[in-house]
Design a protein around this ligand. Structure first.
Ligand SMILES: [Fe+2]
Ligand SMILES: [Fe+2]
Length: 384
């Protein structure tokens, strides 16, 4: 990687100019970002990009993308008919069963005396589990719609025919994901949350950037990399068979989507200059912080009637939560490494990921390498 010539490179932006606060852990600043746009049904965001035609129709010019496209064609499933929607979901019973099976609740290992949780009975803890699930699935739903729009944009903006073909299959996948998450929330859960403000800002940033690779970086590498890890965690943890199956199916698609991002950007980033790479590093860092902020699920604590600024420091101490928020980065870090983003510019992003406490994932398998492992085997498929 070429080192930056300090005489020609622009000054490095501060953490504050990138994420709007000097300290990544500044709770007050995190909580000040809230969704004020809850009553409208539609939201318009300018996407600032030209639609690109290509007259080079040579299929397979990029063999890895072509192979992925062929794989996608035979991996389609039907959200209406391939999932066991007849399953009865007793949400409160699921919360209790999940807590027993994971052997860890939020309160484990923390002294809750003298806190707003001290007076909580089982009823409030179960309600917290229910709200938390409603919130989590709602945010997945909104994120899936973000993926649907971003991938449609990639069809228009990417200059390579093999990538346009592949992205078209992803548009269909994402429509199916929006459909199944919306149906699960509607039919099986007990409430719905509007989009979290941090997630909303991130999706806006991704959509507004007109450079085609930034759509991939924001969506396929960061948002979908995180989703793949989060779905994996919940898939493993949940005792609810319908959700387990739904996540297993969605993950088989998501792994392909992240691999699509790695394959496409690997080629493109190999040609970028150090200052260009630095912009990508900054974008990745900003996205990482926004995603971390959203998982504080501030709206859930509000709905539970708790003083959010007071309870969040406790929430952040919880070992279960610390583990979860780190695991979320288990795909992102190796994938950014593979793209050269971790180490470009004297390891700028490496330093940032070290500060966020997630650098330990750098040598885990990247998704280009492991995506086939997520493919559905016949044994995963529902019989009858
Ligand atoms: Fe998706
Ligand atoms: Fe996806």
């Amino acid at each position: 990687m070429t080192a930056i010539d300090p005489s020609t490179s622009p000054p490095r932006p501060s953490t504050e100019s990138l994420i709007g606060r000097a300290d990544v852990d500044d709770l007050e600043a995190i909580l000040a970002v809230t969704n004020t746009d809850m009553d409208t049904t539609i939201r318009a965001v300018a996407d600032n990009a030209d639609a690109i035609f290509t007259w080079d129709y040579e299929k397979g010019a990029r063999p890895a993308l072509n192979k992925l496209y062929e794989k996608a064609k035979t991996s389609q499933w039907n959200g209406e008919t391939d999932l066991p929607w007849h399953t009865d979901v007793d949400q409160e019973a699921v919360v209790v069963a999940n807590a027993i099976s994971s052997g860890a609740g939020f309160g484990e290992g923390i002294d809750l005396g003298d806190t707003p949780f001290a007076k909580w009975t089982e009823k409030e803890w179960i309600q917290l589990g229910v709200e938390s699930q409603n919130w989590t699935l709602s945010q997945f739903l909104h994120g899936e719609q973000g993926a649907l729009l971003c991938t449609a944009k990639i069809v228009e903006t990417v200059p390579w025919i093999d990538a346009k073909y592949y992205a078209a299959t992803q548009v269909m996948d994402e429509a199916r994901h929006v459909e199944v998450f919306a149906k699960y929330l509607q039919d099986k859960l007990s409430g719905h949350y509007p989009i979290n403000a941090h997630l909303g800002l991130l999706l806006d940033d991704i959509v507004e950037d007109g450079r085609w690779d930034m759509t991939y970086l924001g969506m396929q590498i960061m948002v979908e990399g995180l989703a793949l890890a989060a779905f994996g965690f919940i898939h493993q943890m949940t005792t609810e068979p319908l959700l387990k199956q739904l996540l297993r199916y969605v993950m088989s698609d998501e792994a392909r989507h992240v691999a699509f991002g790695v394959m496409s950007l690997k080629e493109y980033y190999a040609e970028l200059s150090a200052p260009e790479l630095r912009e990508r590093q900054e974008f990745a860092f900003e996205a990482a912080v926004r995603m971390r902020d959203r998982f504080l699920q501030q709206e859930v604590w509000e709905r539970m009637g708790l003083p959010v600024a007071e309870v969040l420091p406790l929430v952040m101490q919880s070992p279960e939560r610390q583990l979860f928020s780190q695991v979320l980065f288990s795909k992102i870090v190796p994938n950014t490494k593979k793209l050269g983003l971790l180490d470009a510019n004297d390891g700028w992003l490496r330093t940032k990921f070290t500060e966020l406490g997630v650098i330990q994932f750098e040598d885990w398998a990247d998704t280009e390498e492991e995506h086939a492992m997520f493919a559905l085997a016949d044994s995963d498929k529902r019989s009858g």
